[in-house]
Design a protein around this ligand. Structure first.
Ligand code: BJW
Length: 252
């Protein structure tokens, strides 16, 4: 069935505060694989080895080499038209906050202004021994693996939230506030199975927001979304934002 943009525009047009909530499907059309489903990362790589602290301590060089390869991949990619449409959408509503589970940094690269990265950022590192603030390190190759802290010699780790780890309190707080206060949440490309992030669309709904979903297939969100637009992020988002621009009289 063709996406019902008219209905999506009807429920979104009155919103003042919008949350854009994204998952791996948002970056699929830029060339980054999703985690689950056919061809997903967890079909080819072990989450136990690469996405847990225990796996990292067992073999930090392996985890760093995997993430260096992912950095090289992301560095060679561009945000697709759906990303650009979301950045443009910021001009249509008084407040837009992007809450993403993605670590690739593509929202910021595409011009999104307020981004909460719930699961970290692949371009940041932090010292595992000192547990200090993360810092930006945009190298795509490293002289040796694993990486060590220049100050204390301890292990450096990617600033990524692995399974069983707590999300940064400040990120959870910023996301929760935005979600509780929004009038509309646009949920894009997430299977909505990984908690606590997966709870945000329902929290928004309970607080009275409209929920609009963009995905290639139904997810747990579809059960309560006001509108589900089935298609790829790269196709659906530019069409949705164009339709909103027409409705709100803000065409370029
Ligand atoms: C398209 C498309 C296109 C495709 N266009 N769409 C309650 C019950 C059971 C378990 C738990 C629970 N609460 C917590 C847990 C444990 C766990 C969890 O949720 N596990 C579930 C799998 C069951 N959660 C955690 O461990 C979290 N921490 C935590 O809870 O801490 C508690 C604690 C308290 C006190 C002390 C200590 C701890 C942390 C979760 C961190 C997740 N990290 C990862 C891995 C990063 C590793 C790395 O990248 O190196 O983050 S997991 C992985 O999944 C990644 C993602 O951000 C996350 C979500 O995945 P996402 O984005 O939804 O992607 P996919 O692949 O699942 O879906 C893609 C979607 O796109 C699909 O729907 C497609 O259809 C769609 N799509 N192409 C549009 N072109």
């Amino acid at each position: 069935m063709a996406p019902d943009y008219e209905r999506a525009v009807a429920v979104l047009k009155g919103a003042s505060k919008v949350v854009v909530f994204t998952g791996a499907g948002m970056s699929k059309d830029s060339g980054i694989d999703t985690f689950r489903g056919p061809g997903g990362i967890w079909e080819r790589f072990s989450a136990q080895d690469l996405a847990t602290y225990e796996g990292f301590i067992r073999d930090p060089a392996k985890v760093w080499m995997w993430n260096a390869a992912r950095r090289q991949q992301v560095a060679g990619l561009e945000p697709h038209d759906g990303y650009l449409a979301l950045a443009e959408m910021e001009g249509l509503f008084p407040e837009v906050v992007t809450v993403t589970q993605n670590i690739d940094g593509l929202h910021a690269r595409s011009g999104a202004s307020r981004v909460v990265e719930l699961h970290g950022n692949i371009w940041k590192v932090r010292c595992d021994a000192e547990n200090n603030e993360p810092w930006l390190d945009e190298r795509t190759e490293f002289p040796e693996y694993p990486l060590h802290c220049e100050d204390c010699g301890g292990l450096l780790r990617p600033h990524i939230v692995w399974f069983g780890e707590q999300l940064d309190r400040r990120d959870i707080l910023a996301a929760t506030m935005a979600v509780e206060e929004c009038d509309a949440i646009l949920v894009i490309g997430t299977s909505a199975v990984v908690y606590p992030a997966a709870g945000f669309p329902m929290l928004a709904k309970q607080k009275g927001a409209v929920v609009v979903e963009v995905n290639i297939e139904p997810t747990p969100i579809s059960d309560y979304a006001d509108v589900s637009l089935y298609g790829t992020a790269e196709e659906v988002l530019p069409a949705l934002v164009s339709a909103l621009e027409v409705e709100l009289g803000k065409e370029a």
